[in-house]
Design a protein around this ligand. Structure first.
Ligand code: FES
Length: 104
C-alpha cells in the first residue's frame, strides 16, 4: 500500500502567510517532480494541506512566517516563509531537515 507524507501548514494567522506558504510548497512539489517519493524502498505520495492552529503560535502569530509539520515522521518547522518552500521540498527527497527552520 502506498503511504502519504503530509505537510500540514497552519493557516490560523491574521495575515495570509500560511496560505502563501502552502501555495509555494505545492508549486515546489510540482517543480521538483516530487508528487511521489521513494524512501526506504517504499513509495509515498506527498500532499500539502492547510490546517488550523498547530499550537506553535509564537511561530505564526509573533513570528514572520507560518508553522508546519511534516507528518508522520516530522520535522516541525517554524517561521516558514514562501521562499523556504524549495529547501523544505528538497529535504523530503534527501531526508535531511532544513536546520534553520527546525523547532525543538
Ligand atoms: S496560529 Fe499557527 S500554530 Fe497557532
Amino acid at each position: 500500500m502506498k503511504s502519504v507524507v503530509r505537510l500540514f501548514v497552519c493557516t490560523a494567522q491574521k495575515d495570509e502567510i500560511g496560505k502563501d506558504v502552502a501555495r509555494a510548497l505545492k508549486v515546489e512539489v510540482k517543480k521538483q517532480g516530487l508528487k511521489s517519493l521513494f524512501s526506504g524502498g517504499d513509495k509515498h505520495k506527498i500532499r500539502v494541506q492547510t490546517c488550523n492552529c498547530l499550537d506553535l503560535c509564537k511561530h505564526c502569530k509573533k513570528g514572520p512566517g507560518a508553522a508546519l509539520v511534516v507528518y508522520p515522521e516530522g520535522p516541525v518547522y517554524g517561521d516558514v516563509k514562501p521562499r523556504d518552500a524549495a529547501d523544505i521540498v528538497q529535504h523530503l527527497s534527501e531526508g535531511k531537515p532544513v536546520k534553520r527552520l527546525l523547532l525543538d
